[in-house]
Design a binder for this molecule. Structure first.
Ligand code: SF4
Ligand code: SF4
Length: 358
């Protein structure tokens, strides 16, 4: 099967209002309105940007998409689940306040931010899937309950999954806390001898799995939930795990959770990747002005979550004149694992036809 993917050129320099209008043009050109019905509870899945991050996709950039849903008389809500790691997206209350501060709520977009996995990230539904790793995945309760989804992903690199785009947004971003832990289960880091005992990993570990002695930090593998927070916060590159083997399993699990998040929503979901400000690390990092790996490309959209990610990766590789692992400066991080596995389990197709919208 060959899926249709739509592209409109856009860059951060266009300004938020123009980007929003371009997203709206893409929505109309691709007839994405066909996915939505009057009175649908429509989940607009976003990433509101970690506190301190400045390169996340800003709320005004999706106003045009929200307005299209409102014009269709759906009941859209912006949404994202709680993170495993500590920070301001760790529970629904702090997450909702941050979302409002970043314009993802009633004041900014004119629609509410609603955490689909409840106050603590534990409101979930077990969804049966025909996966290779799992036959059941834990998905946020309101993602399963709502009638339709508009997925809005900021395309970035990702320290464990290779890229953060549509499949990652659906798989990790729509899973409950238990579902996230399942995806991270294979990631068990260890601490190398160059540890400086700075204590950053200790204070960020949500599982109380790190102890620091006179020599270095140590990770209790039985307590560790594999959230990779210590990998992210260590400034000395002293936390490591077997990327080659482990990230492949994580990526497959992400794809299987994406399959669960979309179960029962065939023809009732559309996927937008904003390939703008393409940073090497994702929007969960609280860093300002992270460097980009390629020039801005635009907005890529499809009703096929696999095709939209494959097309986005192809565009980034073409713009950067290198394969993604080289652009990520990590030969062992290859996002193809999640894309190929997603196709294998029936999430979508890697074969696509690209239509440019002006
Ligand atoms: S953050 Fe890195 S350097 Fe600091 S204590 Fe943890 S492992 Fe050691
Ligand atoms: S030790 Fe395990 S649980 Fe703690 S931050 Fe690292 S990956 Fe997460």
């Amino acid at each position: 099967m060959t899926s249709k993917v739509y592209l409109i050129e856009a860059a951060a320099g266009d300004g938020e209002k123009t980007i929003s209008e371009k997203a709206r043009r893409l929505f109309k050109a691709g007839d994405f309105a066909d996915c939505y019905e009057e009175n649908d509870f429509t989940a607009v899945k976003v990433h509101v940007g970690e506190d301190g991050n400045t390169t996340y996709l800003k709320a005004p950039c999706i106003q045009g998409l929200v307005d299209e849903l409102l014009a269709l008389e759906t009941k859209p809500f912006v949404t994202d689940t709680s993170t495993l790691y500590t920070g301001r997206r760790h529970n629904a209350i702090d997450h909702t306040i941050l979302a409002e501060e970043h314009g993802f709520g009633l004041d900014g977009l004119g629609i509410p931010f609603i955490a689909p996995d409840g106050l603590f990230g534990t409101a979930e539904t077990a969804v049966e899937i025909d996966g290779e790793l799992d036959k059941e995945v834990s998905i946020a309760y309101d993602i399963v309950r709502c009638q339709s989804i508009l997925s809005v992903a900021h395309f970035t690199g990702h320290c464990a999954a290779g890229v953060g785009a549509t499949i990652k947004t659906l798989g990790m971003g729509c899973a409950s806390r238990k579902g996230k832990m399942r995806q991270h289960a294979s990631l068990k880091p260890s601490v190398k001898d160059n540890c400086t005992r700075c204590g950053e990993c200790f204070s960020h570990c949500p599982a109380d799995a790190i102890a620091i002695d006179d020599v270095k930090a140590h990770i209790d593998q039985d307590k560790c939930i594999g959230c990779a927070e210590c990998v992210a916060v260590c400034r000395f590159d002293a936390v490591s795990y077997d990327w080659q083997q482990e990230n492949e399993i994580l990526q497959k699990s992400v794809a299987e959770h994406a399959l669960g998040a979309l179960k029962g929503k065939k023809g009732r979901a559309a996927f937008f990747n904003f390939v703008i400000s393409v940073t090497r690390d994702c929007d969960c990092f609280d860093d300002a002005d992270m460097p980009t790996m390629v020039d801005d490309i635009g907005i890529v959209a499809s009703t096929d979550p696999v095709a939209v990610d494959k097309a986005s990766v192809d565009l980034v590789e073409s713009r950067g004149a290198k394969e993604l692992p080289k652009l990520l400066e990590n030969d062992r991080l290859d996002a193809r694992h999640q894309i190929e596995h997603a196709e294998k389990i029936g999430l979508g197709s890697t074969s696509y036809e690209l239509a440019e919208v002006t």
